[in-house]
Design a protein around this ligand. Structure first.
Ligand code: HEC
Length: 207
């Protein structure tokens, strides 16, 4: 027999965690995950049913953009994007976010699925035009990497990879300025768990 769904434990789970328990199961408890057998919608319905048994109105997932999507996977993916994965530090969507990487509005329309997974899994394989990085090596040997912004006869300007500063380097005062073959985008996607990756993809595909 399973634990009653109305016990304190299930009551205290956040809606996101409840969805995760149903989707992934719970290790060490014999509760299997249902993510492979049911669609996101069906899992959402199950979680809503659990809340009904607990006498609650339904699921209340965090949503800064009410009305834009009510798909729980998309909303959870948006949380991953803005939270744990930190994508929003470099990418803007719906007018919020950073400017080191490309704006992601309309992404699903312009990037086929294969190109999207390559952009996430292997960012340096092909670098979006205009978003390349340069490496400046200073006289003392320290290297600075940033998004290449401007070039003139006298100076080169880089945006720091956290996006916060634009720094000008005078060409006659540095040792070397070279194009980087590495993307400024870190390998964060690979470090997410399978559910987070799936949610993040659902969110990106909604853009
Ligand atoms: C430190 C900054 C940074 C972070 C953090 C970052 N990216 Fe990027 N991203 C970039 C840059 C710069 C590019 C463009 C260069 C390239 O093609 O790799 C890019 C490219 C992309 C592209 C390809 C866009 C296009 O128009 O083809 C996608 C999709 C993307 N990032 C998604 C993400 C997601 C999702 C996350 C979070 C898991 C993330 N990025 C985290 C900097 C970042």
């Amino acid at each position: 027999m399973g634990k009653p769904l109305t016990d304190g434990m299930a009551n205290r789970l956040s809606d996101e965690d409840l969805l995760a328990v149903i989707t992934e199961g719970r290790s060490g408890t014999g509760m299997a995950g249902w993510g492979d057998s049911f669609s996101d919608e069906e899992i959402f319905d199950m979680a809503t049913y659990v809340r009904a048994l607990q006498g609650k109105a339904g699921l209340n997932l965090a949503d800064d953009n009410a009305g834009i999507s009510d798909d729980p996977a998309v909303l959870a993916g948006e949380d991953v994007f803005n939270g744990r994965a930190g994508c929003v530090n470099c990418h803007t969507y719906r007018d919020q976010g950073g400017s080191v990487g490309p704006v992601l509005d309309g992404l699903s329309g312009r990037l086929p699925a294969a190109a999207l997974s390559e952009a996430l899994l292997n960012p340096s394989a092909s670098i979006v035009s205009g978003f390349g990085a340069k490496i400046v090596e200073q006289e003392d040997g320290t290297q600075i990497v940033g998004r290449f912004r401007n070039d003139s006869e006298l100076a080169v300007q880089l945006q720091s990879s956290d996006g916060r500063r634009w720094v000008t380097f005078f060409k006659d005062r540095v040792k070397l300025i070279i194009d980087s073959t590495e993307s400024l985008m870190p390998d964060v996607y690979a470090s997410l768990n399978a559910l987070e990756q799936q949610q993040l993809l659902a969110f990106l595909n909604s853009l």
